[in-house]
Design a protein around this ligand. Structure first.
Ligand code: MRU
Length: 360
């Protein structure tokens, strides 16, 4: 895995979160998000195992970005050695997609993107190997480009819900680092700021891996949007005493009825927002909806290793031998959600019927 790094001084203002380098054969270049904010370093993945590891260890993370990385990961896995015929290429696509699907369980964008790649392979099985490979790369590029467009549209729809001048709160990172574009929740803030609104963002630090403190604060700082990091346990106080007018978060999977899985702690924020009369919005593209699941009860929740809690970032903070539970996501019931901001518009007070009306 090739690496290149940027020191603080020469850190470019906007570096793509992920991009395909070269043509065929090429490589998947990613910002290694585990190194932020102290170092902005990119890695080039040239094997499927590297892509799998990058997703599993959160070098690339956030539901839409995971989907895009997996789509390019399929190309990484099949481009060399070149299969001898198209039927071998199709079965290699299936194998690589099955393997990448085991990297993380919750973000549905991963499975959505892999299914698109599988379908393109099967439907174009009569093409020659080089032509089919080129078609697969163009599908991965399309997934990437569509994600950028969805982020921009989400920003536009959500900006109208933001105050002219006031504070908002977000949890985890649903920004450019979590997507191919400008993000989902953060895209709303960026678009509001571009429209002249004066926003101040409270970013929950987001235990245990600190996506809010490390990534959201970094992105907002880079884009010149005032941000204050708070410990997750301070959200109630911020909502009560700091004039927060809206909460906006991202999503990893939304069931047909609007129940939403997002980074663990999101559910607590939704309960707190309801208790303080603050609207709680979810910003997500249509690729994050899972219409096979009628409610959030069926969403698989990833459980990660206990060391992320007991010795996160290298310091032991829990006595050796003490039990730890580390679910990475929780599910916010739809009734706590004021609206879901999608690329096709805002679904207020989401229900199965309203979601279908907007997204079908
Ligand atoms: O474990 P992570 O960092 O991948 O979790 C990410 C989140 O929970 C994001 O809020 C979600 O994927 C939406 S990103 C637009």
């Amino acid at each position: 895995m090739a690496r290149s790094s940027f020191g603080k001084a020469d850190m470019p203002a906007v570096l793509p979160t992920l991009e395909w380098i070269g043509e065929l054969p090429g490589a998947l270049r990613l910002i290694d998000q585990t190194r932020l904010p102290s170092e902005c370093l990119t890695i080039d993945c040239v094997t499927t195992e590297q892509v799998w590891e990058a997703i599993r260890s959160l070098r690339v993370r956030g539901a839409p970005a995971i989907g895009c990385a997996a789509a390019y990961g399929v190309i990484v896995g099949v481009q060399s050695p070149l299969p001898s015929d198209s039927s071998e290429l199709v079965s290699r696509v299936q194998q690589v997609a099955d393997y990448l699907a085991t990297s993380r369980p919750t973000a549905v964008n991963l499975f959505w993107a892999l299914d698109r790649m599988r379908r393109v392979a099967v439907e174009n099985a009569s093409l020659s190997v080089p032509t089919l490979l080129a078609r697969l790369l163009s599908e991965a590029r399309m997934i990437d480009a569509e994600d950028r467009e969805m982020c921009a549209a989400i920003g536009k729809h959500g900006a109208a819900l933001m105050p002219e001048n006031g504070s908002v709160l977000t949890h985890c990172n649903a920004g450019g680092l979590a997507t191919a574009g400008d993000g989902t929740a953060l895209s709303v803030f960026f678009a509001a700021a571009a429209a002249g609104k004066k926003l101040h963002v409270f970013a929950d630090e987001t235990r245990p891996l600190l996506q809010g403190a490390r990534l959201t604060a970094w992105e907002l700082q880079q884009r010149g949007i005032p941000v204050t990091v708070i410990c997750d346990s301070m959200a109630a106080l911020a909502l009560r005493d700091r004039n927060v007018s809206a909460v906006v978060v991202g999503a990893d999977r939304i069931a047909a009825n609007g129940d939403t899985a997002n980074k663990v702690g999101t559910y607590s924020v939704a309960v707190l927002a309801r208790a303080h009369g603050v609207p709680f919005y979810v910003a997500a593209p249509s690729s994050t909806f899972d219409f096979n699941l009628p409610t959030g009860a069926g969403i698989p929740i990833e459980e990660r290793k206990s060391e992320e809690i007991t010795e996160g970032f290298g310091t032991r903070t829990v006595p050796v031998g003490v039990a730890v539970w580390n679910p990475a996501f929780d599910v916010t019931p739809a009734e706590l959600i004021a609206g879901i901001i999608t690329e096709r518009g805002v679904i207020l007070a989401p229900t199965t019927e309203r979601i279908r009306e907007v997204l079908s």
